[in-house]
Design a protein around this ligand. Sequence first.
Ligand code: EPZ
Length: 419
Amino acid sequence: MDKILVRGGRPLKGTIPISGAKNATLPILAASLLTTGHVHLSNVPHLRDVTTMLELLGQHGSAITIDEKLGVEIDNARVNNFTAPYDLVATMRASILVMGPLLARYGQTDISLPGGCAIGSRPVNLHIQGLRAMGADIELGGGYIRARAKRLVGTRFTFDPVTVTGTENLLMAATLAKGQTILENAAREPEVVDLAQCLIAMGAKIQGAGTSTIVIDGVDSLQGCHHAIIPDRIETATFMVAAVLTQGDVLLTNACASTLYAPIDKLKDMGAIIDELDNQSIRVRSNGNIRAIDLETSPFPGFPTDLQAQMLVLISLSQGTGIVTETVFENRFMHVSELQRMGADIRIRGNTAHVRGCSKLIGAPVMATDLRASASLVLAGLAAEGETLISRVYHIDRGYERIEEKLRALDADIQRVSG
Ligand code: EPZ
């Protein structure tokens, strides 16, 4: 099993290119099942989760061509298998995103019920309730969701709570339903908007993506399209935190500042110097004087839960004390015990972390537990004194493309070691 070895204390300096967004790529790959036309995607990130979704599409019968320069082309003319098996769904919960498209295009799908994961129970009840509201006949048994529908019918459905992939599943299903669908309290994440843009390019009739109310008028069929995946805002903000943590000076290219106002505002409150040079580049600097802040995660446009672990590291090295409240997932402080082993002064009470800033962290052997927690351990290692050896880095490869190569290009002392 690979590990990542980091020797801390070096300011990050230089330019880093941001990759395409994982959480836009996954629903958009699933959306390709809605058409037998060719879907051509550019700016697709090289990530484990993307590979897993491509494997799943391959099992459905998709013909996939991958070209380093030209991107990914998907031909679903010969899709003939509508099952998402346990072994694939168990490695990636986002496999649930094929449910809406398969049901809408082929009227059937058997999907392994995604279990919970490190950060929470992660139910999919709203995905199921929404599709039932559109006329699907859905039974649960033997660990599988068995869904059938002659033709889905448009309806009005309200999400509670807001769910990103729940919104995406119903948005995709509604594009081929009979009549109009209105999704209330829909997720507003930029990745939902990117999915909607791709669906519109395929001929879908969608209004309101990015707001809490999305209106979809079903059509009889969708065509292929070309689509460029938006930049990954979580990767971008992760590297912004790394630049501030190490008192560096980093230019992030192929980035999209307009999807990052909440993290940018919080980092500026802490004393970071952030310049949006154009709508594709962000320069991040810090002189080392970082003030503690309070933080509460919430659905977009609030502060993203996927950045909570990274910010906790920064607050741990700030002047003062900060309170971090996680409102989206019930168990997303798994990284805290590892950070405490590096000297962080953090106390957890329920869904709140009380952080007292300390002057330094000390490198140690640590273990990753989930994708964003593993990123926070890399950040901690970059700022810590001495060596940090991070195990179970397969978590990090799910969502960060070549993280150690990108950080080494910024003069970080970081390498992947096997065994
Ligand atoms: C998406 O997960 C992201 N994954 C997550 O990113 C992200 O953390 C999360 O949204 C929140 O922003 C992808 O887009 C592939 P939710 P998702 O449904 O859609 C409850 C990462 O690190 N809920 O928005 O699964 C749920 O329990 C990953 O890249 C229900 O109750 O999250 C949670 O409390 C981690 N019933 C809340 O909604 C449902 O049917 C938000 O979850 C669905 C969700």
